[in-house]
Design a protein around this ligand. Sequence first.
Ligand code: XUL
Length: 543
Amino acid sequence: MAIYLGFDLGTQGLAAIAIEVDGSRRRVVFERALDFDAAFPRYGTDHGVLPREGPLVADSSPLMWAEALERMMQILGTESGLDLAQVRAVAGSAQQHGSVYLNATAADTLAGLDPAQPLARQLAGVFTRKVAPIWMDSSTSRQCRAITQELGGAEAVARLTGSRAFERFTGPQIRKFFEHDPASYRRTETIHLVSSYLASLLAGKRAPIEPGDGAGMTLMDIGRKAWSPAALEATAPELADRLPPLADSWAMVGELSPYWMRRYGFPAAAVVAWSGDNPCSLVGTGLVTEGSIAISLGTSDTLFAPMAEPRTDPSLDGSVFGSPTGGYMGLVCFKNGSLARERVRDEHGMNWDAFSRALRGTRPGNRGALMLPWFEAEITPPVAQPGVRRYGLDAADGPANVRAVVEAQMMALANHSQWMGVRAREIRATGGAAANRDILQVMADVHGAEVRPLEVGNSACLGAALRARHADEWRQGRRLPWSEVVAGFVVPEEPAIRPAPDRAALYAEMREVYATAEAHALGRGPAPDDALARFRTKYGTGR
Ligand code: XUL
């Protein structure tokens, strides 16, 4: 019997899953989640984000993440009831794009952690920047423009790196740090992604960056999965010296450092390179061959699909990342995910049950009432100034706003993923809101596809544990097919949520109206009034 651990450090908390594999017997033997705001109040985070310096700025605390990692290791070591001696390998998933800046003392500190002291206390002196900018930050438009210009335009950047330069991507964030605080940049020895930072804490040494997550930096040549000298040059001076190397997704970083063994009784289990939450989710939703898609409804809403070759989005709204299975994945990301749903819920004094009742009690198509749900600056499509737009929608009508936000999110997911060219008959649904079958019904209807939530809801965390197993087999010379790795763990819930056939035509038309409204709001097209009027004439009355 072997145990594999997977961690997932998300925007709002840290989760861990342990899986047990014994021949054909496979099961999840431990699952736990810690919420940053509730568990670590002294950092003063709100949904995992430090008090914001402006509407476009979003930072978190790398020290808080270390504290959370230690708390989870303590739970695993002292409360989980797991036979730790069986733990063979550990891997992780982390929110993408965020960066952590370490000084020259970090290497010695990590290598010599004192098992008698808490981790965070020992790390206090290793940062050149106390905060880590995270994926919700959109304050780097200027840096994106500069990098894009130096690399020969947005298409050229997308061809080279898999995506245009996005504000949240690490390269523009590094450039901003260098511009604002060159002295601290110069004192920075290593710039980690959240994923490689946490792997380093476990292994007690500098961990490599994995190409799935490395693709979200505007620094990696996507075709070669190697740092692009041109992109590094366009970002900040002597950046190559400050980045960890790139390594295969199944690379071993090392073993759990003596700190974890002595302090909590872990064995010398292998530490596998950590990846991003979306790449890990690709594994945890079982998307190991082309032609299938998953939608994750979390702090961000994302839609992703495996790809054999990197095909970039002609509209440049989507991204191509590496897949931890070795190929590539297409992704579209929306910032107005769960926090937008929560805003609508809270504005109308509802709980999630009432939110669900509102969905059940309103008509598909919302009688032609529409919302552009840009509570926050949006990534897809790029919206720099936050602002919700309502068309024929009374802001005081709770149920109609609930339907409007969910329909808008589902239509945006469907419309902006067309470039991937996948006509999936089935969508795997994951993330917190995938537990809500009323939301998933709207997903099924808008996409015209069956939707299957999975038994293990945190697919990023499960994906990390499965990656730990895959890498452990790999290092022993066994090349397990990914279909075999995920078998028995990625189990779709029954019954599937089926699209109602009579809603297909309605949503096909409504998606066009939505696209018209979106284009108009972005200053790219005519007002949607005529399109909305036609839609309402057809679908706006009756029950
Ligand atoms: C993906 C992205 C988000 C974060 C959130 O590009 O920005 O999905 O990974 O965890």
